[in-house]
Write a protein that binds this ligand. Sequence first.
Ligand SMILES: C[S@@+](CC[C@H](N)C(=O)[O-])C[C@H]1O[C@@H](n2cnc3c(N)ncnc32)[C@H](O)[C@@H]1O
Length: 310
Amino acid sequence: MPAVRSSGRKRARPKQAALSLGAATEKPDYARPFIKWAGGKTQLLPQLARFYPPKGSVERYIEPFLGSGAVFFHVKAMVEPRHVLLWDNNRELVDTFKAVQEDVDRVIKLLARYRARHSKEFFLGMREKRPKSRAGKAARLIYLNKTCFNGLYRVNSRGIFNVPFGRHENPKLFNETWLRQAARALAEARIEAEDFRLLESEARAGDFIYFDPPYHPLSKTSYFTAYTRDLFGQAEQEKLAALCRALDRKGCLLMLSNSDTPLVRRLYKDFEIREVSARRSINSKAERRGAIYELVVLNDRLLEASRGRI
Ligand SMILES: C[S@@+](CC[C@H](N)C(=O)[O-])C[C@H]1O[C@@H](n2cnc3c(N)ncnc32)[C@H](O)[C@@H]1O
């Protein structure tokens, strides 16, 4: 498991007792992401789980930057929140989650059809398609995500998916059991295409909220924020930090991931900051894939709730 380092006001214990949370490489018995997403958190789950509040203690879990939902699926199994609110401002992604939630049979049927027809020509044709039904949109996104170059989701300035063909010998489009597991985990969730800025009026005291925004770039050349057409620049990072301060005052339990940069450290200087090591796999230059440190920001209420594990 990668190391966790404390870097905030309080020191972490140097060695943690092993937790039986299941390393990300083990086969977990909970639902897991059905798409690969830039910034996906699967490898960090054992480290993040140390900060979760105890099972059964949370009325509502909110994740406003959903992506592939890796943390949601884990929290759902580990914490068992009674209610769940999932947001992302990428409408195609939200439609995909809603289709899996509402009509997983239809999504599976379409994916099985695409698997049988998979080829470069079929991929290029699929890229041009604009399905009308939610299940059609979901199956297209999952198919393109699993067969495109590097499993990267990227749209051009007109909002059109433009990643080239991936030349995977035998792409694993989907796993029926896992998709059904994901549908069950999502069954009661509210899933909406919303902007994180609207969360201030939505959140209530006691909500456990995990933020995984597009990361602040380590350097100008590493600027990777093209999940959607909207850029997530310094102004958004500042708005997010201001939102966290407001939600902290409201009485929410807060956890946030971001890159280790001077800006992020300055924005969250009043919170607890921990360093975790992560491997990033989405990088077009294979040689640049390696361990890097990133930050986890926590507020006192969450530290208090998760005490005993950290
Ligand atoms: C780092 S990814 C989340 C990764 C996710 N935790 C996972 O494990 O896959 C950031 C997500 O934030 C979404 N996003 C970007 N700007 C947003 C905004 N203003 N409001 C809500 N979501 C936004 C992107 O569409 C993207 O899915």
